[in-house]
Design a protein around this ligand. Structure first.
Ligand code: HEC
Ligand code: HEC
Length: 445
């Protein structure tokens, strides 16, 4: 054999070894193929191919409500000092998150990392501890949180009255008049909605307490409709198919696919392997989350006790399924039968989606891991980040050490990088709506 031929053979072997392009049919069993299918986004044969959680929201798929929600999502007037909108933290160009360790509030840092809300309407519970049981009441919480929008219920309805009257009425019918400021003060908020002591005793709470029950109900109704409109907008923020979905589709059709490299396929194999990576135990379905809560040993301090308090807060939320008008229409089973008061909920947090994960660093509810490599190292050791003293035991921990080899961790990471799934809607939904927000729709107060 001439040196040239030998060199050519060596070169070819080297290239195939590296890219594996001579072995596009990675060995997948039927069971693995079904698991992979279960992780792919469904074909977009219907408008909303994923099941959406829109409990009690009559306008969740109303295009006018989505349009209003879009404007509200970007409207900084809905904040204490007109500096903050939902999009300040859930930035569309950053996968509706903010690439910051702990979310920046108007007073100080919040105690949590901002989660991406792509695909959020597919969840059953909202917030890291699941303290909201529906998407629309969730949207009301940051408005009244002193460190997020820092505004209050009456200010919000006055803004709707001033700037959004026509749009509101086109969706929900007549908007009551709020121009009698004796009955409807400019600022008022129920104490129950805040855990800040200074606010509980402040004038805005006194203002609320002076209002009649009937007027408070009127305000609450409009306030709820604001949440429902924002939720209608959020229901559009769905992930679109990416490289992984194309690969899964080819696999179903028994077609070899080069959409994933051999390294990425090896990572996928580990991801779905219940003995090796075990990720699929919790990160499953097309959003790569079981929408449930698990203790992975990460928490900031003992007070950060996750789901065990989250479910109690959801049960006492005045806008939860049981307390709102939708009660008669939907059974509220999720809330009624939710697991409570069990050790496994202590320090358990919501399993986040892994769609677009390579773009949403840092990671975990405390934002403490700056890279996917760091997350995987943590899983591999399977030791809680915090050591526990006697007083915090017994502590339930949902992970076991994986003992994967360094190259296997690299493969897993390579697979996670294939989950980029850009939002599947017209681009105009991803930028602030133009102009119209600044026009008054009613007389000046
Ligand atoms: C100051 C930053 C900030 C602002 C402003 C903000 N958020 Fe958030 N958002 C967060 C953080 C941080 C969390 C997680 C908080 C927690 O779980 O305790 C969160 C959680 C959420 C969730 C739940 C996500 C999940 O996975 O369960 C949704 C939905 C959401 N926000 C929507 C909104 C909407 C709608 C607005 C505007 C009305 C808004 N946010 C305003 C920072 C912000
Ligand atoms: C027992 C359930 C469980 C298993 C198994 C599991 N995870 Fe997670 N994962 C979670 C939970 C819960 C969180 C959020 C934890 C927190 O923030 O406190 C999370 C967070 C993550 C994050 C960060 C997401 C973000 O947006 O911050 C990544 C990445 C991740 N997991 C990948 C994996 C991979 C890869 C595997 C397999 C090696 C895996 N997980 C196995 C439950 C699990």
């Amino acid at each position: 054999m001439s040196t040239q031929i030998r060199l050519t053979i060596t070169f070819l072997l080297f290239t195939y070894g590296l890219t594996g392009c001579f072995d596009p049919s990675f060995n997948w069993s039927q069971q693995e193929i079904s698991l992979i299918k279960s992780l792919a986004l469904p074909e977009p044969s219907s408008i909303h191919p994923l099941s959406l959680s829109h409990d009690g929201n009559e306008v969740w798929d109303n295009p006018k409500a989505a349009k209003l929600g879009h404007r509200l999502f970007f409207d900084k007037r809905l904040s204490h000092d007109e500096t903050t909108s939902c999009a300040s933290c859930h930035q569309p160009e950053k996968q509706f998150s903010d690439n910051t360790r702990l979310s920046k509030g108007i007073l100080s840092s919040l105690s949590k990392h901002t989660p991406s809300i792509i695909g959020i309407a597919n969840s059953k519970w909202f917030f890291w501890d699941g303290r909201s049981d529906s998407l629309w009441p969730q949207a009301l919480k940051p408005l009244e949180n002193p460190n997020e929008h820092g505004t209050n219920r009456l200010n919000v309805v006055h803004i709707i009255d001033q700037y959004y009257r026509n749009d509101y009425e086109a969706i929900f019918g007549p908007l009551p008049r709020f121009d009698n400021h004796q009955r409807f003060p400019l600022n008022a908020l129920p104490a129950a909605e805040t855990d800040t002591l200074t606010i509980k005793t402040s004038q805005i709470v006194i203002n609320w307490n002076k209002m009649t029950t009937k007027d408070r109900d009127t305000v609450n109704q409009v306030f709820s409709n604001i949440g429902k409109s924002i939720a209608a907008y959020e229901s559009l923020i769905m992930p679109g198919p990416g490289r992984f979905d194309r690969f899964a589709k080819s696999l179903q059709k028994n077609r070899a696919s080069t959409d994933l490299s051999p390294e990425e396929q090896a990572g996928l194999k580990l991801f779905i392997d219940d003995q090796k990576g075990r990720c699929i135990r919790c990160h499953n379905g097309p959003l790569l989350t079981n929408h449930d809560f698990h203790a992975t040993g990460i928490f900031i301090d003992n007070a950060d006790d996750g789901r065990i308090s989250g479910i109690e807060k959801a049960l006492s939320d005045p806008f939860n399924c049981l307390n709102t008008k939708s009660k008669s229409l939907i059974p509220c089973d999720e809330l009624l039968f939710a697991k409570r008061k069990t050790q496994e909920l202590k320090h358990a947090f919501k399993v986040p989606t892994l769609r677009n994960i390579s773009l949403t660093a840092p990671y975990m509810h405390d934002g403490n891991f700056s890279s996917l490599g760091a997350v995987l190292q943590y899983y591999n050791k399977g030791i809680p980040r915090f050591l526990f003293n006697q007083s915090t035991r017994p502590f339930h921990f949902d992970l076991e050490p994986l003992h994967l080899l360094p190259h296997e961790l690299k493969q897993l990471e390579a697979f996670l990088n294939t989950l980029i799934s850009p939002v599947n809607i017209d681009r105009h939904w991803l930028t602030p709506p133009l102009k119209k927000t600044s026009t008054r729709t009613t007389r000046k107060k």
